[in-house]
Design a protein around this ligand. Structure first.
Ligand code: ADP
Length: 680
C-alpha cells in the first residue's frame, strides 16, 4: 500500500532527523583510508630506497678501497720485479741483449710491461727492450702510459731501469672480473682527465648520475716523462685517483609498475567511493521513506476507530492496534502471541465462541461480518461487529486472517432504547384504544342500560299500581334494576379509569414530533419500499400540546397511508408536510374572525387508491374498517386526540390521486370553554 506524502505545511516529522555529519561522511572513509595507505606505501618505498642506496654506497666504497689496495699491491709487485731485474743486471753490460735475455724481462712483458729502458747516470738511453722501432707490444696503444724506475747497482752506479706500463692494462689485469662487470673502473688525474679505463666507452659519473666513488691512488707509479724522473722510484703520484662507477645501479625511483598500479588504484577507489556514496544515499533515502511510511501507517492504525487484529492460521494474535487494545482493556504486549481461547471472550459461552472461531479460521466467516459479544477487562460487556479478511504476506501467500472490529455497543443500546420506546408507545396506543373502545362502549351501552333501568322502574311502578305485590316478581325486578344500574356504573367506571389520562400540554416542536414518529416507522417503511418525503416548514413556533398523543396521531396516519400503498406494485410515496396556517385554512368552522396564522397544520399525503368517495366523518367512525384485520378504531382515536387539543382532523382526496389526511392544531389550545387562554 502506498501512502500519500505528508502535507507540505506540516511540521517536520521527528523521524526526519538531520543526518549526523559522521553518517554523511561515512562514504568518504574508504577513500581517505586508501589515500593513507598509498601514502604509507610510498613512504615505505622511499625509506627502502634510501636504505638500499646507502647499502649500495657502502658496498661501492668498500669495493673501491679493496680495488685500490689490490692495484697498489700489483704495482708494488711489479716494482719489486723491476728491482730484481735491476739487481740482476748490475754486473752485466748495458746492452739490449743482456736486458732482453733476462727471464724477468720476458715475464714482465707478458704481464703488463710495455718496455724497459736502461738509462745511464745522465739519463741517456743505454738500451731499450723491446726495440721501439719494432712492433709494439700488446697494450702499448692503450692511451697514456706510466713509469716505474729502479736503480742499477749501488747508488745507481750502473744507471736506472725505467719501466713503462699502461695503466689501462694494469686495470684490466688487476681488477677481478666480477668487479669489472659491476663497475666501470677508471683512473683519473687531478684535472679530472681519464688516465685509464677498464672499458672503451666509460660511463662518467657526472654524466650518468650513477653512483660512483673516487679513492686517491697512492701507488708506486709515475706519469712524468723520463726527464723528470725523481730521485726515488717510490715517489707517489699523489693526484691520481681510482674511480668506481656502478654500471647498473638500482632504480632510484619506485618501480614504474608499482607507480602505475598505485595511480590506477586511486581513481578506482575514488570511483568505488562515489558508487558507495550513491548507494548510501539511496539506502538512506529508502530508509527514510520506509520510516515515514511505517510512521504513517502506525498513526493511521492508532487513530482508526476500527479495532484491527491480525491472526495466524491457528488464531494466534500477531498484531493488534490501539483501538483494539482499548476495546478489550488489554495492552498489545499482553495480547500479541495469545492463542484461543482469548481472555476477552465471554466465559459463559466459550464453547460457542470456540466453534465460531474454528469456522472463521476455516475461512467460512460471513462476508458481511458477524456480531459478537466480548468482555472488557473491567467486566463491561461490549457488542462488536467483526469483519474477517485474508491476511496476505509480501509474496501474496495467505498467512492468516485480518479482522476489523467495530464496537456497536452504543448502537445496540440505542436500538434497545428505541425498541422499548416503540413497545411503550404500542402499549400506550393499546391503552388509548381500549379507553376509546370502553368509552364508545360505555356511550353505546349507557342508553340501553338507562332504558333497562327506566323500563324496570316503570314496570315496578305499573305493577304497584295494579296491586301486584308478588314479592318474588318485585324482588326480581328490583334486583334487575339494581344490576342494570350496577352495569352502567361499572361501564362508566371502566371508561373513567381508562380515559383518565388528560392531555398533558407542554411546549413542544411539531417538526420534532413528526421526525420522532417517522424514526419509529423508518424500518417498516423501508421494508415496504416506501419513499418517505419530508416537507417541514422551518422555524415553526412551539406548540402547546401532549407530544406523546400527537405523535400517536402522526404514526397512525402514516401507518394507514402505508397500508393503503400495499395496493401499488411500486412507486410508493408518502409525503409529510408541516406549515403555519391561518384560521381560515385551519378547517375550523368557527364564527370567530380569522386573525393571523395561529394554527399548525400537518398533511399526510399518499399516492394510494384514495378515499373511494368516503368522507372523513365515515372514516373516523368507531369500528369502521375496510381491512380484513382492521379494528376501525385508529382514525376514531386520532380524531378524539386532535379534538382534545381543540384541533380538527380532516380527510380528502389528494390533488394527484391518493388520500390526504390532515390535522390542524391551535398554537394556544383553548380551554374547555373555548375562550380562555391556558397561559394568560
Ligand atoms: P383500521 O386501520 O383498523 O382499518 P382506521 O380507523 O385507522 O382503522 O381506518 C379506517 C379506514 O379508513 C380504513 O380501514 C381505510 O378503509 C380507511 N383509510 C384510512 N386511511 C386511509 C388512506 N390513507 N387511504 C385510503 N383509505 C384509508
Amino acid at each position: 500500500m502506498s501512502l500519500p506524502p505528508p502535507p507540505l505545511n506540516q511540521a517536520p516529522s521527528p523521524l526526519r532527523r538531520p543526518e549526523a555529519w559522521w553518517r554523511r561522511a561515512l562514504w568518504s572513509l574508504p577513500l581517505v583510508l586508501s589515500l593513507i595507505f598509498v601514502a604509507g606505501v610510498l613512504a615505505w618505498a622511499r625509506s627502502n630506497e634510501i636504505e638500499e642506496r646507502e647499502l649500495q654506497r657502502q658496498t661501492l666504497i668498500s669495493d673501491a678501497l679493496s680495488t685500490e689496495a689490490q692495484l697498489r699491491a700489483k704495482l708494488k709487485e711489479e716494482s719489486e720485479h723491476l728491482r730484481d731485474l735491476a739487481e740482476a743486471l748490475q754486473n752485466e753490460p748495458a746492452t739490449v741483449e743482456s736486458l732482453a735475455r733476462h727471464p724477468e724481462m720476458n715475464a714482465g712483458l707478458r704481464r703488463l710491461w710495455l718496455s724497459v729502458t736502461w738509462l745511464d747516470k745522465h739519463n741517456r738511453v743505454l738500451a731499450q727492450v723491446p726495440d721501439p722501432h719494432e712492433a709494439k707490444v700488446e697494450g702499448d696503444d692503450e692511451g697514456l702510459s706510466l713509469h716505474l724506475s729502479a736503480p742499477v747497482g749501488a747508488h745507481a752506479a750502473g744507471g736506472t731501469l725505467v719501466l713503462r706500463y699502461a695503466p689501462a692494462l694494469l686495470l684490466k689485469r688487476g681488477v677481478p672480473w666480477w668487479l669489472a662487470r659491476k663497475y666501470d673502473v677508471q683512473m683519473v688525474d687531478s684535472a679530472d682527465q681519464v688516465i685509464a679505463s677498464i672499458t672503451e666507452t666509460p660511463i662518467r659519473a657526472a654524466q650518468g648520475e650513477q653512483p660512483s666513488y673516487r679513492v686517491n691512488f697512492v701507488g708506486p707509479f709515475r706519469t712524468s716523462p723520463l726527464t723528470e724522473l725523481p730521485d726515488t722510484a717510490e715517489a707517489a703520484l699523489s693526484d691520481a685517483a681510482l674511480e668506481l662507477t656502478l654500471r647498473d645501479p638500482q632504480p632510484t625511483t619506485i618501480k614504474p609498475l608499482a607507480m602505475i598500479l598505485i595511480a590506477g588504484f586511486l581513481p578506482l577507489i575514488a570511483v568505488a567511493s562515489w558508487l558507495l556514496r550513491r548507494q548510501l544515499r539511496q539506502t538512506s533515502r529508502a530508509e527514510t521513506a520506509w520510516r515515514e511510511q511505517a510512521a504513517w501507517r502506525q498513526a493511521m492504525e492508532d487513530s482508526a476507530l476500527v479495532g484491527l487484529r491480525a491472526r495466524d492460521g491457528q488464531g494466534r494474535l500477531l498484531y493488534v492496534n490501539r483501538t483494539f487494545c482499548e476495546m478489550v482493556g488489554l495492552s498489545a504486549e499482553e495480547l500479541v502471541g495469545l492463542a484461543p481461547p482469548m481472555p476477552y471472550w465471554p466465559p459463559e459461552a466459550i464453547d460457542e465462541v470456540m466453534q465460531r472461531n474454528r469456522r472463521n479460521l476455516a475461512g467460512h466467516a460471513p462476508r458481511e461480518g458477524y456480531e459478537a459479544r466480548w468482555h472488557h477487562r473491567d467486566g463491561r460487556v461490549l457488542d462488536v461487529m467483526v469483519f474477517e479478511s485474508p491476511l496476505v504476506d509480501a509474496r501474496g501467500v495467505q498467512i492468516g486472517w485480518m479482522g476489523s472490529i467495530i464496537d456497536i455497543s452504543a448502537h445496540k443500546r440505542l436500538e434497545e432504547r428505541e425498541r422499548r420506546r416503540i413497545d411503550t408507545l404500542a402499549h400506550h396506543a393499546r391503552l388509548t384504544m381500549l379507553g376509546e373502545v370502553a368509552s364508545t362502549l360505555a356511550h353505546e351501552l349507557n342508553q340501553p342500560l338507562t332504558a333497562i333501568a327506566s323500563y324496570n322502574a316503570g314496570i315496578i311502578n305499573s305493577l304497584a299500581k295494579l296491586g301486584v305485590d308478588d314479592a318474588v316478581v318485585l324482588g326480581a325486578l328490583q334486583r334487575l334494576g339494581a344490576q342494570a344500574a350496577q352495569a352502567g356504573r361499572v361501564v362508566q367506571r371502566i371508561r373513567e379509569f381508562l380515559t383518565r389520562r388528560e392531555p398533558q400540554h407542554e411546549a413542544c416542536s411539531l417538526n420534532q414530533i413528526i421526525s420522532d414518529a417517522l424514526a419509529l416507522l423508518r424500518k417498516e417503511q423501508q421494508r415496504a419500499q416506501i419513499e418517505l418525503r419530508l416537507d417541514l416548514a422551518p422555524h415553526l413556533p412551539p406548540l402547546l400540546a401532549d407530544a406523546v398523543l400527537v405523535e400517536q396521531v402522526v404514526i397512525n396516519l402514516v401507518r394507514n397511508a402505508g397500508d393503503s400503498l400495499q395496493a401499488r406494485a411500486h412507486d410508493r410515496r408518502i409525503q409529510v408536510r408541516s406549515r403555519l396556517v391561518s384560521r381560515a385554512e385551519s378547517g375550523l368552522a368557527d364564527s370567530a374572525p380569522a386573525s393571523g396564522p395561529d394554527f399548525l397544520r400537518v398533511d399526510v399525503i399518499d399516492n394510494g387508491p384514495g378515499l373511494q368517495g368516503l368522507k372523513a366523518e365515515a372514516l373516523c367512525a368507531p369500528f369502521f374498517s375496510t381491512k380484513g384485520d382492521g379494528m376501525g378504531m385508529g382514525l376514531a382515536i386520532c380524531r378524539s386526540i386532535i379534538e382534545a387539543h381543540h384541533g380538527v382532523l380532516d380527510a380528502q382526496e389528494a390533488p394527484e390521486g391518493g388520500a390526504m389526511f390532515s390535522f390542524t392544531l391551535p398554537l394556544r389550545p383553548l380551554l374547555a370553554s373555548g375562550s380562555q387562554d391556558p397561559n394568560p
